[in-house]
Write a new protein. Structure first.
Length: 178
C-alpha cells in the first residue's frame, strides 16, 4: 500500500504542466515559521517560542538562473533580529513542475537581546532545495539540506558558528510568479 501511494504521488508531481523559469520571470514569496523549544538540565526546564517571517523577491536574469533578496524579521522572548539576504539559485528540472534549485545566500543581520545590540554576517549553501509549481503563478519550495556559517559580534566580541542541517530545521516557502 505504501509503495502504491509513493508511486501515485510521484506520478502526480511529474504529470503537472511545465512552467519553466525563463529570463525575465519574477516572483514574490517568502517563508514564515514558528518554533517551540524545551530545554531541560538538572531537573529544570525552560520553554521558548520564536516567530520568523522572511518575504523574498526573485528575478530570473537568465533561463533557470535566479537572483533575489529577502528581508527577514525574527522575534523571541527578549530578542529580535532583522536580516537582509541577497541570494542566487539555479533551477534544474526533474520532471514537469518539479525543480531542484541549489543556491547560495549571503546575509547581514542586526539584532538586540536584553538591551544589547549585535550584528553579524552569514553565508549559507542550500544543497537540497526543491520547488513544485502546480500552476503558472504559484510555487512551493522546501529546503532540506543546508550548510551555514555565521559570525556575530556582541559586546565587542566576535563569535563564529557553523552548522550543517539535514532535515532537522527544514524551511517551507510559497511563491507567486508574475
Amino acid at each position: 500500500m505504501k509503495k502504491l501511494l509513493v508511486v501515485l504521488v510521484a506520478m502526480l508531481c511529474c504529470s503537472a504542466t511545465t512552467f519553466a523559469q525563463n529570463k525575465g520571470d519574477m516572483y514574490f514569496g517568502g517563508y514564515a515559521g514558528v518554533s517551540i523549544q524545551a530545554v531541560g538540565a538538572g531537573g529544570d526546564a525552560a520553554v521558548g517560542a520564536a516567530l520568523a517571517i522572511q518575504p523574498e523577491f526573485g528575478y530570473f536574469v537568465a533561463d533557470r538562473l535566479k537572483i533575489g533578496a529577502s528581508l527577514g524579521y525574527g522575534i523571541s522572548a527578549g530578542a529580535h533580529s532583522l536580516t537582509v539576504c541577497p541570494n542566487i539559485s539555479y533551477y534544474l528540472p526533474l520532471c514537469d513542475g518539479l525543480y531542484y534549485a541549489p543556491g547560495l545566500e549571503l546575509g547581514y543581520a542586526l539584532g538586540a537581546e536584553e538591551g544589547f545590540t549585535m550584528s553579524g554576517f552569514g553565508l549559507a549553501a542550500h544543497f537540497f532545495t526543491l520547488e513544485f509549481r502546480p500552476s503558472e503563478h504559484f510555487g512551493f519550495s522546501a529546503n532540506l539540506l543546508s550548510l551555514n556559517f555565521v559570525s556575530l559580534t556582541k559586546y565587542g566580541i566576535t563569535a563564529n558558528a557553523a552548522s550543517f542541517d539535514i532535515g532537522v530545521n527544514p524551511t517551507i516557502g510559497f511563491k507567486y510568479y508574475f
